[in-house]
Structures are given as structure tokens and as C-alpha cells.
Ligand binder design. Structure first.
Ligand SMILES: [Zn+2]
Ligand SMILES: [Zn+2]
Length: 266
């Protein structure tokens, strides 16, 4: 079956470029036709401006939207990003194993619907596009160039099998088109089929998350590295924290988190 082998060898990026050329690009949020080259994320300028908060208005450590005092037409941040290097008042007590977080946008409105969609079967191209946007957001952060590799959070094989892909890997592939950085998959792997968090009480949830991952066959590659964990949504931060702790166990010097959406508000 040479055809099958051939298509398996064509990198995902090339396939998506061909698709972009064949079908005129439309904004993935408002469907307005886009007049932009294929390497630019498929979101129009007006949608991007609407969804993306200024980086200054987010916590350096956990990525949450910082509180604003509404002052005339403009919001004035009550806490500055520069004051949150050790964490905002909300996350300072949580002892994160990661040092910093960046998110494209808050997990709300149209962006929430889009991010929810990108882990459904056949939506890997959306995850890839959201990853490109995240790559551009990382470039806004002064620290991205100090990091060496992207580490996508794992999903259990059963979930991967029903979905057809790991959305965190697709997001990482999107980031890597913007900032050339190796992707280490298999450094952290899913441990068992974690139960749906929603069905568990709080204490069981934490144990469920803590047991959901372990170091994998490529963990040695994290040694002495500064790595960026990649996932779709950061909600309580406990999943990213478990993954970050594993990276530190494997010898990573520093761990950052990059997500396409940050749930919750201060
Ligand atoms: Zn749009
Ligand atoms: Zn914070």
C-alpha cells in the first residue's frame, strides 16, 4: 500500500498548507473571509482584538485575568503583571511547580466554544491554528527564548483513540511553526484512564489528577532543560502542576505553561 505510506510521510504542515491554498481561508471564529497568507493563524484581526486581553492584564505566574477597576472607559489594573512574578494573591499560596503561564485568551464567549470544539474528532486543524496563535502570544513574552522544548500534556490512549489525536500535541505543532522549538512527546505519559473529574468529590479529584500521569520513556531528555508545558485549557492548575512536578523530578531546571485558554477570573 504505497499510497498509504506516502501520505503518512507527508508532514502535517504541508497538508495544511495545501488545504489552505485549495480553500479560501475564513476566520475560525466569525467565518469572515481572510486575506492573509497561510502561515498566519486563521483568526481575523477584529476577533483577535476582542478575545485577547493585554498581556499586562494577566498574572505572570498563573495566567489568570487580573482584577480591573473600571475607570471611565478604561479599566485600570488593581494588580500589575510586574507585581505577580511570584504569583497573584490568588495563586501565591498554591505552591506551583511552574514559574510562569501564558494563555491566548480567557476561556469564555466565542473562544470558549472554539477551544471546546478543538478536542473533538476531526478538529485537529483547529487545535493546530490555535497553537499558532499561542506561538505568537509566546513571542510577546520576554521569556520564551530562554526555553528549550515544548512538552505536550498526555491524554490516555482510549481518549486519543476516540478523538484520533492529542489536542495538546497539535497545539504544540502549531506553536513550533512560529517559534522553532523541539516537541518532546513521551516525556510525560498518561498513567491510567483517569475518571471524569466532574463525577468526583474534591479530595478524590486531586488524587485522580495526581495518578493520571507519570514519567515516560523520553523523560531523560528533560534533564537540565527549561521546558514549556502545552495544554488546551488551564482551569484549577492542578493538572499542569502535576505535570510540572514530574518535569522537575526528571531534572528540568524550569517549567513554564502555555495554554490556549485560561479559565476563571480573579
Ligand atoms: Zn473573526
Ligand atoms: Zn496568579
Amino acid at each position: 500500500m504505497w499510497e498509504k505510506d506516502f501520505w503518512q510521510q507527508v508532514p502535517g504542515l504541508v497538508v495544511s498548507e495545501v488545504v489552505d491554498l485549495l480553500f479560501p481561508a475564513r476566520c475560525l471564529l466569525c467565518e469572515q473571509a481572510l486575506d492573509q497568507p497561510f502561515h498566519v493563524p486563521l483568526y481575523c484581526v477584529s476577533c483577535r482584538e476582542q478575545i485577547t486581553p493585554p498581556l499586562e492584564g494577566t498574572c505572570y505566574r498563573c495566567g489568570i485575568r487580573l482584577p480591573f477597576r473600571v475607570d471611565g472607559e478604561h479599566g485600570v489594573p488593581l494588580v500589575n503583571r510586574s507585581q505577580t512574578r511570584q504569583g497573584c494573591p490568588d495563586c501565591r499560596r498554591k505552591k506551583w511547580a511552574f514559574d510562569r503561564t501564558v494563555a491566548v485568551a480567557s476561556y469564555e464567549g466565542r473562544w470558549r466554544e472554539h477551544v471546546y470544539r478543538l478536542k473533538r474528532p476531526h478538529h485537529s486543524a483547529d487545535a493546530f491554528q490555535a497553537g499558532k496563535l499561542l506561538g505568537e502570544r509566546l513571542i510577546e513574552c520576554e521569556w520564551w527564548s530562554e526555553y528549550h522544548a515544548l512538552v505536550p500534556l498526555p491524554v490516555h490512549w482510549r481518549r486519543r483513540w476516540t478523538r484520533g489525536f492529542n489536542q495538546a500535541e497539535k497545539i504544540a505543532e502549531g506553536i513550533a511553526t512560529v517559534i522553532p522549538m523541539p516537541i518532546i512527546t513521551g516525556a510525560i505519559v498518561a498513567n491510567k484512564y483517569a475518571r471524569k473529574q466532574g463525577t468526583l468529590v474534591a479530595s478524590a479529584r486531586l488524587a485522580n489528577v495526581q495518578n493520571s500521569m507519570k514519567l515516560g520513556p523520553r523523560a531523560a531528555e528533560l534533564r537540565q532543560q527549561q521546558v514549556i508545558l502545552v495544554d488546551d485549557v488551564l482551569t484549577t492548575g492542578s493538572t499542569a502542576n502535576v505535570a510540572a512536578r514530574l518535569c522537575r523530578q526528571a531534572g528540568a531546571r524550569r517549567v513554564a505553561v502555555a495554554v490556549v485558554a485560561r479559565a476563571g477570573r480573579f
